[in-house]
Design a protein around this ligand. Structure first.
Ligand code: NAD
Length: 300
C-alpha cells in the first residue's frame, strides 16, 4: 500500500499525549478513527480534524493498525478484551497490528500479546518519553518491544511520525520495562532535586541562581533543566504529566525489581515519598506539585 490514505489507523486514548500524537498521524494523511472513554474528547478531535470518532470498539477491529495511549496496562487489556463484551477482540481482523504506546506493566503486556495472537492480531509495545511538548513536535523517544519483526517493520512508518528516536529494546514487554526504569530514574531525580532545593531555600539561597549553577555543574538533570525553573520556581505546575501516572510508573519499576529478585531500597523509598505526595494531592495533580508536600515535612 503506497497511499497512506488507504491505511486505516485507530487511535484509542485521546488524552494529553494521545491528542497530539493522533494529530500528527492525521496530518500525514492516514485514515484515522479515534476512540476515548470521554466521548466529548474524541468528538471534539473529530470536529477539529475531520477524522472519524468511533461509536463502538467493534469499529476499531476493522483497522490495519490500532495505536493505544491509555493510563495503564490494566485499562489497555480491559479495552481490547473486555469492554462492550469484547467488541474489539471479537471483530479484530487477522493481520491487525496493535501498538501499545501507553506506559504499562511488562508482564501484563506479554500475556495480552498472547491473547491477541489467538486472533492473529500482532502486538508491539512502544512507550514514549518526551512529554506533551515533544509529542506535539513528533520528536518523542520510543522504546520498542516486539517479537513479530514483520509487524514491527510495518509499524515503523507510523512510529517515525510520532518519534525521532526509536530504540528496539528486545522482545514484547521490553519497551515497557525500559520505560518504567527510565521513569524510576526521573522520579528519583525529582525527589533528590527537590530535597536539595528545599534545603537551599531554607538556607537562604536564591533558587534561580541555585538552579543556574546546577545546570552547568555535575548535579544537572532533566528536572533542573526542564522542570524546576518554570513549573516549581515559576509556580506553573503544568508539565502535562499527572502525578498518578508517574507514581504508577515507579510502582511498575519496583515490581520489576521484585520480579528479578533485586534489592532496591532507594527505589522503595522513592515510591514511598511519591505515594505520600499522591495521597494529599490526588491522581490528576501535576507531578511537579509533589515538592509542595515535601516542603511541609520537617525533621521531627
Ligand atoms: P491522560 O489521562 O491525559 O489521557 C488518557 C486518556 O485515556 C484520557 O483521554 C481518558 O479519557 C482515556 N481513557 C481512560 N480510560 C479509558 C478507557 N477505558 N477507554 C478509552 N479511553 C480511556 O494521560 P496521558 O498523559 O496522555 O498519558 C497516557 C499514557 O502515556 C500513560 O500511560 C502515561 O503514563 C504515558 N505518558 C505520559 C506522558 C506525559 O507527559 N503526560 C509522557 C510519557 C508517557
Amino acid at each position: 500500500m503506497s497511499d497512506v490514505r488507504e491505511i486505516k489507523v485507530g487511535f484509542i486514548g485521546i488524552g494529553n499525549m494521545g491528542w497530539p500524537m493522533a494529530m500528527n498521524i492525521h496530518e500525514v494523511g492516514y485514515t484515522l478513527t479515534v476512540f476515548d472513554l470521554d466521548s466529548a474528547r474524541s468528538e471534539s478531535f473529530a470536529v477539529e480534524t475531520g477524522a472519524r470518532s468511533a461509536v463502538s470498539l467493534a469499529e476499531l477491529g476493522e483497522m490495519d493498525f490500532v495505536i493505544i495511549m491509555l493510563p495503564n496496562g490494566h485499562v489497555v487489556r480491559e479495552v481490547l478484551i473486555e469492554t462492550e463484551d469484547g467488541a474489539f477482540i471479537q471483530h479484530a481482523q487477522k493481520g491487525c497490528i496493535v501498538i501499545d504506546m501507553s506506559s504499562a506493566e511488562p508482564t501484563g503486556t506479554r500475556s495480552l500479546a498472547e491473547e491477541l495472537a489467538i486472533k492473529e492480531v500482532a502486538c508491539i509495545d512502544a512507550p514514549v518519553s518526551g512529554g506533551v511538548a515533544r509529542a506535539k513536535l513528533g520528536t518523542l523517544t520510543i522504546m520498542i518491544g516486539a517479537e513479530d519483526k514483520q509487524a514491527l517493520e510495518k509499524a515503523k512508518p507510523l512510529l517515525q511520525i510520532m518519534g525521532d528516536q526509536l530504540f528496539e529494546t528486545g522482545g514484547i514487554g521490553a519497551g515497557h520495562a525500559t520505560k518504567a526504569l527510565n521513569n524510576l530514574i526521573a522520579a528519583t531525580s525529582f525527589v533528590a532535586t527537590s530535597e536539595a532545593m528545599l534545603a537551599a531555600k531554607r538556607f537562604g539561597l536564591d533558587l534561580d541562581t541555585f538552579v543556574d549553577v546546577v545546570n552547568v555543574s555535575s548535579g544537572q538533570n532533566f528536572m533542573t533543566d526542564k522542570v524546576m525553573k518554570d513549573h516549581v520556581i515559576g509556580e506553573k505546575y503544568a508539565t502535562g504529566f499527572a502525578m498518578g501516572l508517574l507514581v504508577k510508573d515507579v510502582g511498575i519499576a519496583n515490581e520489576l525489581c521484585d520480579a528479578v529478585n533485586m534489592h532496591a531500597p532507594l527505589s522503595n523509598l522513592v515510591l514511598k515519598r511519591w505515594q505520600e505526595a499522591l495521597d494529599v494531592k490526588g491522581f490528576s495533580a501535576d507531578n511537579s506539585e509533589a515538592i509542595q508536600i515535601w516542603d511541609r515535612n520537617t525533621q521531627d
